[in-house]
Write a protein that binds this ligand. Structure first.
Ligand SMILES: Nc1nc2c(ncn2[C@@H]2O[C@H](COP(=O)(O)OP(=O)(O)OP(=O)(O)O)[C@@H](O)[C@H]2O)c(=O)[nH]1
Ligand SMILES: [Mg+2]
Length: 335
């Protein structure tokens, strides 16, 4: 997926589009000494071209979303509450309706007798074209919003995509900023990160690891999740080749170990057996006894050996990096 592909298919905000249409209708057909009928024909054509141009952009966007599928298709559905395929069908139907209105108004205009009759046909044609657009402004507005969101998404192409997941405030953004060139916002409050963020790690000669920072995921059913959490869930489901699950065992943690392990199980269930590492972060801020207790608890409940690190001080980040590089090498050799 290339974010710039989406940039090209951003349609206008509906209010803005209608203002452009109004302006263009005023100026169309006003040059030269042509007949009133020719002027109206030109205005009608301008109106059709503008409406169809906007709809065709929306159509191109939806085709792209459907073609890419996965992450983008689900994110679209989340924003629009309707499948992209359904919206595409609707847009195609609108384009067919627009061309029919244009064709019939055009021949009506040509066949009309006198200026009054011609204006009547013209007004009806323009009115119907504009109302096609107006009646669908809600969904067009959503199409625009989603195209903007997709165009701003980071490039996540690489040889190994690693998602950093965990509950809010586990230290995900701190970790990605330590391991890559990414500069995410790091805050002291949950949901500091609202969108997915990518950082790249070039490992010569094996290739490029893409780390993806995600918003926090709370311990609750999917139906109660907010749109920000959904972005993280979709990234886990569709973008992960491997995953780092961050747990905060420190006394200052926002969420209990129970809650964090519940979210771990949810995330693990979505990964379909892909490589996963549990990372106990904030070792610098956790007393040794509590750290050991947490490590033991993770082992017991997950059967996995967690890696103890501090994203803040850099403790053990080399070991973490080595694990990632190992995965990259294994993947590169496997193909
Ligand atoms: N002591 C200590 N603090 C850390 C460590 N890693 C992160 N923090 C702090 O924890 C807080 C949250 O860090 P972030 O990296 O923003 O956490 P996040 O998981 O991205 O948070 P959300 O975006 O809200 O989900 C910040 O105040 C960080 O400075 C660590 O290893 N040790
Ligand atoms: Mg964050």
């Amino acid at each position: 997926m290339k974010p710039e592909d989406f940039r090209r298919s951003i349609i206008h905000e509906p209010g803005e589009f209608l203002a452009i249409l109004e302006r263009r209708l005023k100026s169309a057909g006003s040059s030269g000494r042509v007949s009133a009928r020719a002027r109206l024909l030109e205005k009608l054509s301008t109106c059709y071209q503008l409406v169809d141009g906007e709809l065709s952009k929306a159509e191109a966007f939806l085709r792209k979303v459907i073609e890419i599928g996965g992450f983008h298709a689900e994110l679209f559905k989340l924003e629009a509450s309707v499948e992209p395929g359904e919206v595409l069908k609707r847009i195609k139907a609108l384009r067919r309706a627009a061309v029919d209105i244009y064709a019939s108004s055009r021949s009506g205009l040509k066949a009309s007798e006198g200026e009054v009759a011609a204006r009547e046909v013209f007004r009806a044609g323009v009115g119907r074209l504009v109302s096609i657009y107006k009646r669908n402004r809600r969904i067009l507005s959503t199409v625009r919003k989603t195209a903007i969101e997709f165009s701003r998404m980071p490039d996540v192409e690489g040889d190994l995509r690693v998602i950093i997941a965990g509950m809010p405030q586990a230290g995900k953004s701190t970790l990605i900023s330590r391991l890559t060139n990414a500069k995410p916002e790091i805050g002291f409050y949950p949901f500091t990160t609202k969108n997915i963020i990518a950082g790249h790690l070039a490992v010569e000669p094996y290739g490029r690891i893409v780390l993806i920072d995600t918003p926090g995921i709370l311990d609750r059913p999917m139906s109660e999740r907010n749109p920000v959490e959904h972005r993280a869930v979709l990234a886990v489901k569709h973008l992960a080749d491997a995953l780092l699950f961050l747990i905060d065992p420190s006394p200052g943690k926002y969420y209990s170990l129970d809650e964090q392990l519940n979210v771990y199980r949810t995330v693990q269930g979505m990964l379909q057996g892909k490589p996963l590492m549990i990372v106990l972060n904030k070792a610098d801020a956790t007393p040794p006894g509590e750290l050991e207790e947490a490590r033991e608890r993770v082992r017991r409940e997950t059967g996995a050996e967690p890696l103890v690190v501090s994203a803040l001080t850099g403790l053990n980040l080399d070991a973490l990096k080595n694990w990632l590089v190992g995965l990259l090498k294994a993947g590169t050799q496997g193909f």
